[in-house]
Design a protein. Structure first.
Ligand SMILES: Nc1ncnc2c1ncn2[C@@H]1O[C@H](COP(=O)(O)OP(=O)(O)OP(=O)(O)O)[C@@H](O)[C@H]1O
Ligand SMILES: [Mg+2]
Lengths: 267, 283
């Protein structure tokens, strides 16, 4: 690894995000702030696959959107490869953008309905739809190259999600954030997309943060897991340890919620 | 088994082609008016006043749609009237569309003070009754083709602005816009290459509708004698003149009215047809 690259691709310390709480806004004056992330610290080593789990409303999406700077944190530091990106302006962030990609949960809404798949994958590369890199990216995710001419509504859910992945990897990013990318898919396409991700992580040397509320998916894919509850990290452990020896009661609760073939057998 | 989708598609196809056919006739008539109109639209001949259309007893050969009370050929006047209708439809329609759509895109995408300013302007504009507004404007600007076009643009840009702003707002919330940001697109590039293609079908449907509306507005202004000078035939002017002799010579009123009706209807249908045929999502 080159010397000028930080060992940790992400170093997040005391990250805070708050929003204006409109439900408790007084008639006059500003609304009180509602903390969604309450001081989160963790690191992602280069090449790791980090799982981010937590119940609904625990702040997973908020954390993900903040990491790719779709949202600005209200406090804390967030180092990407040594640069603090927590408060970078849009313009200052732009040169770093190709290195940080995101795959969205809802592939239908995250693909432009009036652009062909080819144009969607090509646009971030500033290339044409017939650029060889487009076909290559589609091939990587297991789609035939002629899908480049299709529109998103002409694809199945699993195929759309593959296009989302193709768009992210076509830029050759160092880091990808995936927010619940398999929760909208049926079990067999889930398995296919997960297999694809495993393959891509190994082949491309990606660093991945994988948000999910499904621990069985996390177990399969991730080397390390952080457990989030109401905006705080309650556990941060290697996947093996987390599943073998959960430290926090909330983690055990989540683990118990995983359906197993035999209800009497525990993880 | 019966499949309803096939017949829907066919009907929309017929709609597109029928409206396109009439609009072609309309444009050709306007372009070739001096060549194809059988008579001079301004030539008066009191001996030939109020001749009925060709298929009614008492008609003169060569005056297919009859003559008005001054003996001017109705068909030739309709053909020449198409010229002004076409100019107004194209120029006023396009200019209104550009002004309103750009303001709507800016307000809906950039939000902030630009949105507040533009939205307040639209609110104020909407409070004026449009016909009164038009008459007032013409009184200030003076009569003539340019004033009519200006008046239409000044009054009707809000029609585009409101709809385009709402649609832009909707589209801006979609994940593909966030995705464009993650890909490193500038705001302007996101607006032009991601959002615009999704708002364009709405804009085109509105544009063709507006062309029809522009023709109507011009006719209304001609009808109240506020449009173009009277020595140039316009459909609205013809309708106004025909009204005075509706009992003796109905054709002077009815034929320009039909031309007006078909043109306005065709513009609207053409827009919808285009949208259904060329929008990848609806197709
Ligand atoms: N704009 C906002 N205004 C107020 N509250 C918000 C806003 N956005 C998020 N929240 C709140 O912040 C909390 C975290 O939301 P977030 O979407 O990050 O949860 P999540 O962990 O992704 O949940 P899920 O698993 O259901 O997707 C929730 O309680 C949510 O209600
Ligand atoms: Mg979420």
């Amino acid at each position: 690894m080159a010397d000028n690259r930080a060992d940790n691709i992400f170093e997040v310390s005391d990250l805070r995000v708050d929003v204006a709480d409109m439900t408790r806004k007084p008639l006059f004056g500003p609304a009180p702030r509602l903390e969604i992330l309450k001081g989160i610290s963790f690191t992602i080593p280069r090449g790791a696959v980090l799982g981010i789990v937590g119940g609904s409303g625990s702040g997973k999406t908020t954390l993900g959107r903040t990491m790719v700077r779709l949202a600005e944190p209200s406090g804390g530091r967030m180092l990407f490869d040594g640069h603090d990106i927590a408060h970078l302006s849009d313009a200052a962030m732009r040169p770093l953008r190709p290195r940080i990609q995101m795959i969205f949960q809802d592939p239908l809404s995250s693909l432009n309905p009036r652009l062909t798949v080819g144009r969607t994958v090509a646009a971030p590369l500033n290339a044409r739809a017939n650029d060889p890199r487009v076909g290559e990216a589609l091939e990587h995710v297991g789609l035939p190259a002629n899908f480049a001419r299709r529109y998103p509504h002409e694809l199945s859910g699993g195929q759309r999600q593959r296009v989302g992945i193709a768009r992210a990897i076509a830029m050759r990013p160092e880091f990808i954030l995936a927010d619940e990318i398999v929760s909208g898919l049926d079990v067999s396409s889930q398995a296919q997309v997960l297999m694809l991700l495993e393959k891509l992580v190994a082949e491309l040397g990606l660093t991945l943060a994988f948000i999910s509320h499904d621990l069985s998916v996390i177990r399969r894919l991730c080397s390390r897991v952080i457990v989030l509850r109401s905006g705080e990290i309650v556990e941060d452990a290697a996947t093996v340890d987390l599943f073998e020896r959960p430290q926090h009661a909330y983690t055990r609760e989540l683990l118990d919620a995983i359906p197993t073939p035999d209800p009497s057998v525990r993880w | 088994m019966l499949d309803g989708r096939g017949s829907i598609r066919r009907r929309s196809g017929a709609r597109l082609w029928l409206s396109a056919a009439w609009l072609t006739v309309f444009v050709l008539a306007a372009l070739l008016a001096p060549l194809i109109s059988p008579h001079d639209p301004l030539a008066q001949d009191l001996m030939l006043g109020r001749l009925p259309p060709a298929w009614i007893a008492g008609a003169e050969p060569g005056y297919w749609l009859g003559t008005d009370s001054l003996g001017r050929d109705v068909l030739s006047r309709i053909i020449h009237g198409a010229r002004i209708a076409l100019v107004v439809a194209l120029i006023a329609g396009t200019a209104t569309c550009l002004l309103g759509s750009v303001l709507g895109l800016v307000a809906g995408f950039y939000r902030g003070w630009a949105d507040r300013l533009i939205s307040r302007l639209v609110d104020i504009w909407m409070a004026f009754p449009p016909v009164l507004f038009a008459i007032l404007l013409i009184a200030v600007l003076g009569t003539g083709l340019t004033s009519v076009i200006l008046a239409i643009v000044i009054i009707d840009w809000t029609r585009f602005c409101r709809v385009v702003r709402a649609e832009t707002l909707n589209q801006s919330k979609m994940d593909y816009v966030h995705s464009a940001k993650v890909a490193g697109f500038t705001r302007l590039r996101t607006l032009a290459t991601e959002i615009l293609p999704n708002v364009l079908p709405t804009i085109i449907a509105l544009l063709t509708l507006e062309m029809g509306i522009a023709v109507i507005v011009e006719a209304i202004l001609s009808f109240v004698n506020l449009s173009i000078s009277t020595d140039q035939p316009t459909w609205g002017g013809m309708i106004a003149e025909g009204r005075t002799s509706i009992h003796q010579a109905w054709w002077v009123l009815v034929f320009p009215l039909i031309a007006l009706f078909l043109t306005v209807l065709s513009f609207a249908q053409f827009g919808d047809g285009l949208r259904e045929r060329f929008d990848p999502v609806l197709r």
